[in-house]
Design a protein around this ligand. Structure first.
Ligand code: F6P
Length: 369
């Protein structure tokens, strides 16, 4: 049986934004146009197809010639952090949403969809697309870098760079004032951003959700830096760490539970145990998600976008593009959605390297490189 030629595909971004999303969109548009396929940019994730009227625009190559979207952070299409629900259809249940989505796909004559999302958004889009019977290729993005099977998700490289730059800046002020500086970074329940930042930025202590730590261990390390002649210290803390005895540091904020003040919490703990140090905390927050994407993110994003189009045009569907050993490797989506998020490998080389440098990362056995 001959396959129907793809005439029109859609691209959308779903979940939290990050740097590099516009490079995926640009790559999808240019490579699809090269193959004679038209691209619709769907606004605000699935919202664009769930709302009445539909929110989308035809994306032409000209759009990118006339404006350098790929040099900017954020997403030119907008996104929806809850991933599943259209603003205008909050009272509509999931079954109905899937029906509306399928109707939109048919009405707009969409032959395939490229979704750019994190784990939550990708699983939801996979369900929507499967039920609507429309081919889909997912592109992973998240500053947390916790998507399984891919060494890099779009957005991680830039976020990491921003965190390392922050640590560089904190270092000089910490040294001038002989202070302990705590930098709290994002990452949800994964410590990738924190650990990479701590190693690249020369921190003395790095606390990540994957490793149990103790307040005494932290103080001991700060004291040992002083004993060795150091007058200041840098600590990187992942937002997802728990208390010493394993209690989550979360608080009800607005629409749900959010990570709450890991950095401030640690500062308070240190202050309550000793007055030997002057401690200050910086919470980087959403700064990590904004601004110009670094080259690595643009590169990976562009490779992912082109591959996604190529796969759709070849009739392939329900795959996620992944980055493995400098190659784009497609992984079946059902494998991805069944696998839990990727955490820092406690036996991996980054942990070993941190330990070899004498960094305190918690109560792990001192395995060295
Ligand atoms: O998943 C990306 C991320 O930036 C996390 O690191 C962070 O915990 C969360 O999103 C913040 O979500 P929001 O933008 O909804 O506050």
């Amino acid at each position: 049986m001959t396959r129907k030629k793809m005439k029109r595909i859609a691209v959308l971004t779903t979940g939290g934004d990050c740097s590099g999303l516009n490079s995926v969109i640009r790559s999808v548009v240019i490579s699809a146009t090269e193959l004679g396929i038209e691209v619709l940019g769907i606004r605000n994730a699935s919202d664009g197809l769930l709302s009445d009227p539909y929110q989308y625009e035809v994306l032409s190559v000209k759009k990118f010639v006339n404006f350098p979207y790929e040099r900017m952070g954020g997403t030119m299409l907008g996104t929806n952090s809850s991933s599943a629900g259209a603003a205008g259809s909050k009272n509509v249940d999931d079954k109905q949403k899937i029906k509306i989505f399928a109707k939109a796909v048919k009405a707009l004559k969409i032959d395939g969809i490229v979704t750019v999302g994190g784990d939550g958004g990708t699983s939801i889009m996979a369900e929507y697309c499967t039920k609507a019977g429309v081919p889909m290729i997912a592109v992973p993005k998240t500053i947390d870098n916790d998507t399984p099977y891919t060494e890099q998700a779009v957005g991680f490289a830039t976020a990491r760079e921003i965190c390392v730059e922050a640590l560089d800046r904190l270092d000089t002020t910490a040294a001038s004032h002989h202070r302990v500086m705590i930098l709290e970074v994002m990452g949800r329940s994964a410590g990738h951003i924190a650990l990479h930042t701590a190693i690249a930025g020369g921190a003395d202590i790095c606390l990540i959700p994957e490793v149990r730590y103790s307040y005494k261990g932290v103080i001991k390390k700060l004291e040992s830096v002083r004993k060795a002649g150091g007058k200041h210290s840098l600590i990187v803390v992942a937002e997802g760490i728990k208390t010493e005895d394993g209690k989550p540091l979360v608080a009800q904020k607005g629409d749900g539970l959010r990570y709450a003040g890991a950095g401030d919490f640690l500062q308070e703990r240190i202050n309550s145990m000793t007055n030997a140090f002057v401690v200050r905390t910086t919470v980087l927050g959403h700064v990590q998600r904004g601004g110009t994407p670094y080259a690595l993110d643009r590169l990976i994003a562009t490779c992912f976008g082109a591959k996604a189009v190529q796969m759709l045009s070849e009739g392939k569907s329900y795959y996620m593009t992944t980055w493995q050993g400098n190659k784009v490797v497609p992984v079946p989506l059902d494998k991805v959605v069944k696998t839990s998020t990727s955490k820092v490998d406690i036996k991996g080389d980054f942990v070993k390297t941190a330990l070899s440098l004498g960094m305190y990362i918690g109560d792990v056995k001192p395995v060295r490189c």
